[in-house]
Write a protein that binds this ligand. Structure first.
Ligand code: MN
Length: 492
């Protein structure tokens, strides 16, 4: 998938008529220079377009209406080069439906000693123009990202880039269609949720389709198509089994699932081992390969984790690392070296793999089907995050946990699935305690590509609660925070 190509961001500069046409020409020229500079530097995931210098309430309202109506516009970046009286922004901001970044910067880095005069001062006054703008956003409770610093600096551009990723995540969320095969696993609570509220709040269209329709699609895949696809798989993965028949079946399922999702315009799906009616194997290799190419997935009918997997994949497209559906499986409780082993029955995304994943065939006790082919690998080490969206009945809570993925400390030769090992922050005891306290699911999205900042900004854009477990997390503080948060969200 090439998500970012579908989106652009608009740079809108605030001013007024007070300073005369020459100043406004300068403002426009500077804004274009900055836009070109930002795009050329290559740190942003997609283009910023200099849209206009707005000088009146009508111009502001118009550019915001245009942004709302544009499918390509994923967000607005605003900056007050001169002084833009903020009452002019009220009617426009009241209409704004797109993510919004307030860039507090200045065209020149230095104060030019010799050249500075009152004309220079009147042209370069974002120091107070942006304060006027900050006030109106605060007064109107406008959701926003504020980035402060010189626009040519990498840290400033990286902050803008990170928010652009969150904004594209928001656009993808609002357009997301998710296909469910079967319901949630019987009796499981955390994978349930209010699909109507999810659509109102997050835009997700979550709908179910009979497994029999998928089976028909599987049966319609030709042997030649399977041959061709298998050749592609052999380039990506190492074939480590003599059981070609089982592998071919998964390839057939992958082609069928992909065609099915494309027909429905869906970028995420869920299924359950409890409803594989008419299927020979639980999709393993098939699901893993689909995830590897950008689709969201959740096991046991977990549509929330599937949608989040897709959204995080979209946000972090083009970045190093990967993103997968994940489950905390079992612990290594060696004192001082406590670790979590993450895996699933089969479905871990190969974007997390260290090196080439192996296609293997092993029996699967759960589900009562034939031996499924799956990808087996170890996860690549590095800093990562776990993400869990839970439905608390009156609101959604998004939990992010900072972790460090490590190379598995033992080979585990008899474990027939992909495995990821990590150290939760600040340590396993505190981290797991905090996660359980916050109500985090046993299913999560693990990403070595996305950052907590991206997810936090996404949560703010979507208007949902965000809880972050970090190296600095203390349980008492977190308890207080969750208690207060409950009160606050009841008032929303
Ligand atoms: Mn599970």
């Amino acid at each position: 998938m090439n998500t970012f190509k579908e989106y652009e961001f608009w740079f809108v500069v605030g001013s007024q008529f007070l300073y005369g046409p020459e100043t406004l020409e300068q403002v426009a020229l500077h804004a274009q220079t900055m836009t070109d500079g930002l795009n050329k530097r290559g740190l942003l995931p997609t283009n910023v377009i200099y849209k206009s210098t707005v000088k009146t309430a009508d111009e502001i309202a118009q550019v915001i209406k245009d942004a709302n109506a544009s499918d390509r516009c994923a967000g607005l970046i605003v900056w007050m080069h001169t002084f833009s009286p903020s009452k002019m922004w009220i009617n426009g901001l009241a209409l704004l439906q797109k993510p919004y970044l307030h860039l507090h910067t200045q065209f020149n880095r230095m104060i030019p000693n010799e050249e500075i005069d009152m004309d220079f001062m009147n042209l370069n006054q974002s120091a107070h123009g942006d304060r006027e703008h900050g006030f109106i956003a605060a007064r109107m409770h406008q959701k926003r990202k504020i980035v402060v610093g010189y626009w040519e600096d990498d840290d400033v551009q990286r902050s803008i880039a990170s928010w652009m990723r969150s904004a594209v995540g928001a656009a993808e969320s609002r357009n997301l269609k998710l296909v469910r095969f079967g319901d949630n696993m019987r009796e499981v609570a955390v994978t349930e949720g209010d699909k109507v509220e999810a659509q109102i709040k997050l835009g997700w269209q979550v709908n179910t389709f009979p497994v029999s329709e998928l089976v028909k699609k599987i049966d319609s895949i030709s042997s030649e198509a399977v041959d061709k696809r298998l050749e592609e798989f052999k380039k990506l993965y190492t074939l480590n089994t003599a059981d070609k028949k089982s592998v071919r079946y998964q390839v057939q399922v992958e082609l069928a699932l992909r065609a099915f999702l494309e027909e429905k315009g869906a970028k995420a799906f869920s299924n359950t081992f409890e409803d594989l009616s008419g299927m020979k194997q639980l999709p393993g290799l098939a699901t893993q390969h689909l995830m590897g190419t950008g689709y969201g997935y959740g096991g046991e009918g977990d549509w929330k984790v599937s949608a989040m997997t897709r959204i995080v994949k979209a946000m972090s497209e083009g970045l190093e690392g990967g993103t997968s559906f994940m489950e905390d499986y079992t612990y290594h409780l060696e004192e001082g070296n406590e670790l979590v082993l993450g895996a699933h029955m089969l479905e871990v995304c190969p974007s997390l793999a260290s090196g080439k994943a192996k296609i293997e065939v092993h029996p699967l006790g759960i589900g009562g089907k034939e031996r499924p082919a799956r990808l087996v690998f170890e996860g690549a080490s590095g800093p990562a995050i776990l993400i869990s969206l839970i439905d608390l009945g009156t609101r959604f809570r998004l939990i992010v946990h900072d972790i460090e993925v490590v190379k598995p400390i033992m080979p585990m030769p008899n474990l027939p699935v992909a495995r990821i090992m990590w150290k939760p922050m600040p340590d396993l005891k505190t981290g797991a305690h905090a996660w359980i306290l916050a109500g985090g699911s046993h299913h999560s999205v693990l990403s070595t590509a996305a950052t907590a900042e991206m997810i936090e900004d996404w949560a703010e854009i979507m208007g949902i609660e965000f809880v972050h477990i970090t190296k600095d997390t203390e349980l008492e503080r977190l308890k207080t925070r969750l208690f207060l948060s409950d009160l606050v969200w009841r008032l929303q």
